[in-house]
Ligand binder design. Structure first.
Ligand code: HEC
Length: 716
């Protein structure tokens, strides 16, 4: 089922045959595209000019608006939109990449950081680069072996890998220019984000705050790969001395031995740049552990967790910050997409930065000074009533900081009211289009928390989130879980329209001057909506769920729309089996559309998975089962899903024959037998008794009525 049965035999394109056999590890020189020349080198001016023939930066422009002026495809013509070509990425794991298009070449990343260069017009593969990542390091990732794309500058393409490297490639040939390490491998740092290039410096952060790291973001010289600066997002141990005055200032907002677990605050995704103000904006993540009562026992704001921070791109020097969730304790990152725009507010044009972070509020902040302008919740939230207009701080509800409280359902949960999936801002309509969701969570403190380096350290009881076993409660919970495309007016802080999807975790957004908004969905469709009314104008079945964001570009006067499919990411791993998407076998692929095209996707391969016999129940006590259940929830759930019912991206333990053998089970779980495939080695933190208790629990789940049939019954 999870096995990458896959697709190796399939030709990747139907209009232009592209057999796997053509793909070699030594990249061929490109003969049939225009030769590299200085005029095609990407500079700051090229990105700022944002010529719509390409898609030159992660958010299209430094302002990250993800809006294109192209309008050949518009509300009148979109009915004629059809598939032109598709390219199979050869993976069944999540695809989160935004392709970059320049000079007729599309650069897109796949699982395990493989970079593909494709002819943007035909889909023909030009070269392929495999950085051969250390998958054992990757098993320290919180949220699937995903990557959000490359950056381009000069004549080079930059890619950052899940094992912490930053690599420069020749954009024409895929040959490596340089390859450097950006992390201390002792700590569980991983990179999933796309680099940005500002003033000849490649900027990249990292992730790992679930497990325990000290966040930072660094700039490297684009030519040489030499580090130019590093900005830490949280203070280190004062005994080691502070790196600068900013860290000294930040340390005053922390208490206790906050540095012990690293503090967190990883900058794993969003950035934006204002060339006029010469400010680089960084979105900063949650704390380690999540639970602030453990992390910083006497409270404090804990700068710069959950903040937008403005720094100088030449030096990394701090300029200002705005903190969305002071003293964060819910995994409310502010790493979500940030958009720069000039808004007319109370008769005055203001340079603003906008963000819809996980905490459920939409923020409009002055991007020159960091001054708070306005905020309003864009989904129902339970942790705060509102953001105080004078202080710019949230007014929290009683009991929201769950320590000492009876565990209760709260909104949003750690998956956020909006996660990494990019939004867009249309200067034509003045609206921000948000892939919004309602995904509640039961927060509960972990009273016997003990830090374990290299593994999840939240200080919360993930078990408290276990799903109800009776149908009625499950149905009620499921009804609370929602997802929508939300058009938000940032001036009035009110919704303009919304389009309700079947569930959460839908794709990123693109808007165009064709008065259209494009988005892929969890239920395996790619659709276009009227940007003013939200009416769906066009839809295409993608076979596989979409989480990535679309782009658009133009070659010889013809407009193309591109999107990558590939269902995956944290929500899918933890809950995907419970909330199925309607998505068939998980095929990661790039699809390109244009007016009048009529290609079709290849037939899906037969899913010839044979269900193994249900494993025999182990003769253990209720206590052992409960112990196994809790150990499972706190160590395995994040990847193998609630109640051992996984999405199928990685093995569904309910249907794993390995559960039948204690020896085989232990060799994987505590022996590191599959570490190189991304399955962590729990040998250091789980003893044999606990491993056996987990096995007993998983077997009981495999035998339980809460199996696939249960969820299917609810579906129907
Ligand atoms: C970081 C994500 C992650 C976590 C956490 C995780 N696993 Fe895995 N696990 C994987 C992946 C990925 C594979 C598949 C490796 C492969 O491709 O063979 C896997 C495979 C397995 C397998 C082999 C199943 C089969 O049929 O091949 C077992 C058993 C297993 N995991 C048990 C556990 C247990 C028990 C825990 C918790 C103690 C756990 N895993 C936690 C990612 C994870």
């Amino acid at each position: 089922m999870h096995k990458t049965i896959t697709l190796l035999s399939m030709s990747c394109i139907f209009l232009f045959a592209c057999e796997r056999s053509e793909i070699s590890d030594t990249p061929p020189l490109i003969s049939d595209t225009k030769a590299a020349s200085q005029t095609h080198s990407v500079t700051a001016e090229t990105i700022i000019r944002a010529d719509s023939s390409g898609w030159l930066s992660h958010g299209r422009t430094y302002s990250e608006q993800r809006h294109s002026p192209l309008k050949e495809i518009n509300t009148e013509t979109v009915a004629e939109l059809g598939l032109f070509w598709s390219f199979d990425l050869g993976t069944s794991r999540g695809i989160e990449a935004t392709p970059i298009v320049h000079n007729g070449i599309m650069y897109v990343t796949s699982t395990w950081n493989i970079v593909h260069a494709l002819d943007a017009r035909t889909g023909k593969q030009l070269w392929r680069f495999d950085p051969v990542v250390d998958k054992e390091q990757a098993s320290k990732g919180c949220c699937d072996a995903v990557n959000r794309g490359v950056a381009i500058w000069g004549d080079a393409v930059f890619t950052a890998t899940i094992d912490g490297r930053l690599i420069s490639l020749n954009a024409q040939t895929g040959q490596k220019n340089w390859d450097i390490n950006t992390i201390d491998k002792f700590y569980p740092y991983t990179i999933t984000g796309a680099p940005r290039v500002v003033k000849g410096k490649v900027i990249i952060g990292n992730g790992g705050a679930e497990l325990g790291v000290r966040g930072y973001i660094s700039a490297y010289d684009a030519m040489t790969g030499e580090q130019v600066w590093r900005f830490f997002t949280v203070p280190g141990n004062p005994a080691d001395g502070f790196e600068n005055e900013t860290m000294e200032m930040a340390a005053k907002t922390w208490t206790g031995e906050y540095w012990a677990a690293g503090g967190g605050g990883t900058a794993w995704d969003s950035m934006a740049y204002d060339p006029e103000l010469d400010l680089l904006y960084i979105g900063v993540g949650n704390g380690t552990p999540w639970n602030q009562a453990i992390r910083s026992p006497d409270g404090g704001d804990n700068l710069f967790l959950s903040s937008i921070v403005a720094v100088r791109p030449d030096t990394g020097e701090y300029v200002w910050h705005y903190q969305t969730t002071p003293g964060e304790t819910w995994d409310y990152t502010a790493t979500q997409h940030m958009i720069l725009a000039d808004l007319k507010l109370a008769g005055e044009t203001r340079k603003v930065i906008m963000q819809a972070p996980k905490n459920g509020f939409f923020y409009v902040i002055d991007r020159e000074t960091g001054a708070f302008i306005s905020a309003k919740n864009f989904v129902p939230v339970t942790w705060a009533t509102h953001i105080d207009q004078t202080t710019g701080r949230p007014v929290e509800t009683e009991g929201a900081r769950y320590v000492g409280e009876t565990p209760a359902l709260q909104l949003p949960g750690p998956l956020g009211a909006h996660n990494w999936h990019p939004m867009s801002y249309s200067p034509d309509t003045g609206l921000v289009y948000i892939p919004a969701q309602e995904a509640p969570h039961v927060y509960a403190e972990q009273t016997d928390y003990k830090r374990t380096n290299g593994f999840w350290n939240t200080g919360t009881e993930l078990s408290a989130a276990a799903l109800p076993t009776d149908k009625a409660t499950f149905k009620a919970l499921k009804a609370m879980v929602k997802g929508r495309l939300l058009a938000w007016d940032p001036v009035t802080q009110k919704p303009a329209w919304s389009f309700e999807h079947g569930g959460p975790w839908n794709g990123g957004v693109l808007s165009t001057s064709g008065n259209l908004v494009f988005q892929g969905t969890a239920d395996a469709h790619f659709a276009a909506y009227d940007a003013l009314t939200g009416k769906r104008k066009w839809r295409f079945y993608t076979q596989t769920g979409v989480v990535a964001a679309p782009i658009t570009y133009q070659i010889d006067g013809e407009q193309f729309i591109a999107i990558a499919s590939g269902w995956g990411g944290s929500y899918v791993l933890s809950g995907g089996g419970v909330f199925p998407t309607g998505s068939k076998a998980n095929v990661g692929r790039v699809m390109v559309f244009k007016l009048g095209a009529k290609a079709t996707l290849p037939e899906l391969p037969d899913d010839n998975f044979i269900l193994p016999d249900t494993p025999k129940l182990l003769d253990v006590s209720e206590e052992v089962l409960a112990k196994g259940n809790r150990a499972y929830d706190n160590n395995c759930l994040v990847c193998h899903g609630f109640q051992a019912y996984s999405s199928g991206l990685i093995p569904n333990l309910r249907y794993s024959a390995i559960t039948n053998s204690e020896q085989a089970w232990n060799s994987v779980v505590v022996g590191g037998g599959l570490a190189e495939q991304g399955m962590p080695n729990f040998g250091k933190i789980i003893d044999d008794d606990t491993a056996e208790a987990i096995r007993a629990y998983v077997i009981s789940e495999a035998n339980s009525v809460r199996g696939q049939e249960f969820y299917q019954a609810i579906e129907n």
